[in-house]
Design a protein around this ligand. Structure first.
Ligand code: PLP
Length: 350
């Protein structure tokens, strides 16, 4: 086993809250019980299920007219992602992953002794998929492609033609795609999981980013029964079962999803209304995110984030995502606070 060298999560835990104001967050502000509309006294402290409450599996499946057998539940999006990947891969298998990207997903696979191969999603191409390169890599033996949709860190959505390309690639080669869609419900309307396009595309998500429930620690994935059975074997050895507390809160949240997603899009729109014009006024090159609370502008110097922190504003340095000439800026916060933070940043630009 080789331990990861990619320190993003360490930095996020230890430093994402440094500074006077932090623009490092990619999640909506957390809800309280009242905001969720659930009385915690209704929650049972003990309720046993093997692989998640069947009612919850059913509710999640129903939302996208899928079957309960196509839903896998685990303790977070990251856990779901790991279980699927570990269930599909053998030591030595090649795994394609995007750069810039959210590296903890590929990082956790270092324990499986797979061979990670990165491909670039280019700023100049609007972060579209490099189709010829993906085709070549799959022909050369890649077994699994990891994607984020929306893309972390840029907020780009996969275009319909990229989605059709992926479905066709799966069909013609048998390759699997593991698509992290934790940010997808920021899209309005939410087109739903890419799993709907092809059985080999596995979609994973959770309640951490859009729904205001980061502490519920739950995630789910849509796949066919074969990969789900293999993922459950990995779950059996990486935890015993999910928490029934998480299951119950998640079941309530799934019933409230339209309302929670409207709240999230409202926060995203209000933030972008300030962020977008500010980027333009200050001459930043930046792809307009398709949704979500972060953008990934190019900056004049790789030390931009350091200098911003000296001025009191914490940004996520682009090197954590594999692009040191960019920074990730979160704008999902109180508009007055955001405007103040951006004003502070102007001193750094000057
Ligand atoms: C793309 C992506 N997936 C997953 C996660 C983490 O989700 P969870 O806490 O449900 O594992 C993050 C957090 O930043 C993320 O950006």
């Amino acid at each position: 086993m080789s331990l990861s060298e990619i320190p993003y999560m360490r930095w996020a835990k230890n430093h994402a809250h440094d500074g006077q104001v932090n623009l490092t967050q990619s999640a909506v502000p957390a809800l309280d019980w009242e905001g969720l509309g659930l009385d915690p006294r209704q929650i049972e402290l003990f309720h046993y299920s093997r692989y998640g409450d069947p009612g919850l599996l059913q509710d999640i499946a129903c939302r996208w007219s899928l079957a309960e057998e196509q839903v896998f539940l685990a303790s977070s999006t990251t856990h779901v992602h790991f279980c699927f990947a570990a269930g599909l891969l053998e030591p030595g298998d090649r795994v394609l992953h995007e750069s810039p990207g959210y590296f903890p997903l590929v990082d956790s696979l270092s324990m499986l002794q797979v061979q990670p191969v990165s491909f670039e999603r280019r700023f100049a191409d609007g972060y579209a998929l490099p189709r010829a390169e993906l085709r070549e890599q799959v022909a050369a033996g890649v077994k699994l492609i990891l994607l984020t949709h929306l893309h972390n860190p840029t907020g780009a959505a996969l275009s319909e033609s990229d989605q059709a390309f992926l479905a066709d690639l799966c069909d013609s080669t048998g390759v699997f795609v593991l698509s992290d869609e934790i940010y997808r419900p920021f899209l309005d309307p939410d087109p739903g999981p890419l799993h709907q396009l092809h059985p080999n595309i596995i979609s994973v998500m959770g309640l951490n980013k859009v729904h205001g429930l980061p502490q519920i620690r739950i995630g789910w994935g849509f796949a066919e029964p074969g990969p789900i059975d293999r993922a459950r074997r990995i779950l059996d050895s990486t935890t015993v079962h999910n928490s029934c507390l998480s299951d119950q809160v998640a079941m309530y949240a799934v019933g409230q999803m339209d309302r929670l997603e409207r709240r999230a899009r409202g926060i995203a729109n209000a933030g972008w209304d300030i962020m977008g014009p500010w980027l333009e006024r200050n001459g930043f090159d930046c792809a307009v995110p398709a949704g979500g609370l972060v953008c990934f502008p190019r900056v004049p110097s790789p030390t931009f984030a350091e200098r911003a922190l000296e001025a009191g504003v914490n940004l996520t340095p682009g090197h954590f995502f594999g692009a040191e000439s960019h920074v990730r800026i979160g704008f999902g916060m109180d508009p007055a606070q955001l405007s103040n933070a951006l004003q502070l940043l102007e001193s750094v630009i000057e």
